[in-house]
Write a protein that binds this ligand. Sequence first.
Ligand code: UDP
Ligand code: MN
Length: 513
Amino acid sequence: MKSRQGDFTKPVYGWSPQGASFTSERARWGSDKKTLPVGDGTEASECLQKTYPSQLPSLSVILIFMNEALSIIQRAITSIINRTPSRLLKEIILVDDFSSNGEIKVQLDEKIKLYNQKCPGLLKIIRHPERKGLAQARNTGWEAATADVVAILDAHIEVNVGWAEPILARIQEDRTVIVSPVFDNIRFDTFKLDKYELAVDGFNWELWCRYDALPQAWIDRHDVTAPVKSPSIMGILAADRHFLGEIGSLDGGMLIYGGENVELSLRVWQCGGKIEILPCSRIAHLERHHKPYALDLTPALKRNALRVAEIWMDEHKHMVYLAWNIPLQNSGIDFGDISSRVALREKLKCKTFDWYLKNVYPLLKPIHTIVGYGRMKNLLDENVCLDQGPVPGNTPIMHYCHGFSSQNVYYHLTGELYVGQLIAEASARDRCLADPGNAEKPTLERCSEAARHGLHVYWDFKPGGAIINRDTKRCLEMKKDLLGKHVLVLQTCTTQAWEIQHTVGDWGQTNSQ
Ligand code: UDP
Ligand code: MN
């Protein structure tokens, strides 16, 4: 799973797959999630009191891996065998996505033999003859599975006591639900367990994972064991095996890593299923220190995100392009052949993405007023770009141009100028360029609050022209400081002109410069 940005714990400005301010590794799982002392979860005692039907569907557990330590895989297998009722556990299927690590070849095969001596036929292993990536590894496991329900997991996990029963009972009740357990974190260096609080799995417009607050409707039920409706999954999932096939398993056109979880989520919701987090099913996931799949995962994340946008997002797909700062036309990014997935969408008579946004994920806000985006340069010196400046902080700067999202700028026809990563949520924390009125330096303010606080956040701008505050009539300009560095100032307009990287919509034909 992807260690996602926890919206209620930490500002999101610091990290993005586009601009790794903290680390170049991306992980879906909540490294910034609130942790609780083990055993203190409010749902724990209620979960213990839950009873489940004596007849439950059978379970295939799929563990996918690529270059994992043998001991890690054994920990996963052992936890599954010890903590799943044997009458329910039909098989454990290991899928090796072309590992090169010698330890998990012969030695793993020997371990499998030993397990199977005790429990005949329980373990199976499938090895890809070439690297196929995360989505295809999950599909390989699903294709080989034979039980009623599949739980498709990473191999660096340990399941907790009672993890399977809530999953099997819920899927028995409704075969169209894709479920996710709650994840705790196993620290890769100490194996210490951090218990994470319950949250729903969401994503931003880069289609990168984030944790969102629990829905009010769930809180109002006052039942901490009740399933939580969720817009997305982090990656790991359990489903009715046949239902997962009917809706198209995972998109095998997803390469390497990322995006496949959002693709499945949109497909499930838009095509008649649902996604729920089950508070009583807990799995501990080890967040890898380093992902060995590619030197830089960003190109895979980006092209997989465009694939999701093109298949599922209709008139809102531009938001993914904007968030990744990709031109809307001639992006130069090959997201592969999507015709079979588009045909699947038609065959299943799936609803629109607009329906999904309104009914499932109202927190995610599409914006249709953005007419210019990308790097903003002053024609005096095109080596420097408008930049959100140090984080934390609210002072934008001019900084040498780079590829990170801290220099993404979004100009709206309505006059707002967002600086930094595009967030676009209902409680928008996007940061708007503001003229504080008297001081010489501009500031960045939360767009949702800035106008209310009387800050001047509306600007007139056309490509190749001045940036003029609509209220104060001052211009955003550059001047050299004592060291000869360009600094931003608000002043009576001279003749300074600015260019923005991509234009769209009412500014004329879509084009990029
Ligand atoms: N994986 C794979 N092939 C790849 C990339 C990833 O089989 O080319 C598997 C990996 O072994 C893991 C799962 O996909 O079981 C998810 O990857 P990872 O755990 O690194 O990412 P997370 O989503 O947990 O952050
Ligand atoms: Mn993982």
